[in-house]
Design a protein around this ligand. Structure first.
Ligand code: SF4
Length: 221
């Protein structure tokens, strides 16, 4: 028996770094339950990466925005990157778009505490500009380790960047959204970003259609 509770996540991180060094893009997911204590594994990952300087955003961030929620969540939301409020508070989706995401989650008969919420990038791009390819590449190992540890039943990606990053696709989000994809054994549902919905409220019905499919899959419809 391994005496170090952080050993599994250290081994996972080492494996991921090795894969990254060889340019791998298709990351294997450990069998469900392989990492027994998901909370400890996430905490170890946070400690390992909270001072990350793997891309230039590490020098301009106010706070590292790791993610929040239930480490054993059945449902994981993945957005693009922290904005101003998230950068100030160190928490994901706490600004106006975050409040809309909270309403979406509650409409699904869930709470923020019962799901997990993270972003592709853990540090805010200056002036909320789009993430650069090298920033996404540098930050991917952290997100993928989070997904490996949580091993949710469903990942919902919010907006273009998260969907395209995880699916390795350049197809428009309007064409990607609304159906499940297989991501290393996890069901992935792309949908529109809450920030987009704030600008285009008439498209909220599309997100609700997508979330109803997620609810049905989770057995909470
Ligand atoms: S954005 Fe990601 S890779 Fe870049 S410094 Fe922050 S945590 Fe590290």
């Amino acid at each position: 028996m391994n005496a170090d509770p952080t050993a599994p996540v250290k081994a996972l991180l080492q494996f991921i770094e090795t894969e990254r060094a060889f340019g791998a893009t298709n990351w294997p997911v450990p069998a469900k339950g392989k990492i027994a204590d998901k909370a400890a594994a996430l905490a170890a990952l946070y400690e390992e990466r909270k001072g990350c300087l793997a891309c230039a955003l590490g020098t301009t961030r106010t706070k590292f925005v790791f993610g929040a929620g239930d480490p054993a969540a059945r449902l994981l939301f993945v957005g693009e990157a922290p904005g101003f409020d998230e950068d100030q508070q160190g928490l994901p989706f706490v600004g106006a778009a975050g409040q809309l995401l909270t309403k979406i989650i509650e409409a699904m008969k869930l709470t923020r505490e019962k799901v997990y919420i993270a972003n592709c990038l853990k540090c805010r791009p200056p002036q909320n500009r789009n993430p650069l390819p090298e920033e996404i590449l540098a930050c991917n190992p952290i997100l993928k380790a989070q997904i490996d540890i949580i091993h949710p039943e469903i990942v919902v990606t919010l907006g273009k960047f998260a969907a395209q990053t995880l699916l390795g696709s350049d197809v428009a989000i309007t064409r990607l959204r609304g159906r499940f994809y297989d991501w290393n054994g996890v069901k992935l549902m792309p949908t529109l970003h809450p920030a987009y919905l704030l600008r285009n409220p008439s498209d909220k019905k599309l997100v609700w259609e997508d979330m109803q499919k997620v609810m049905k899959e989770l057995g909470i419809a």
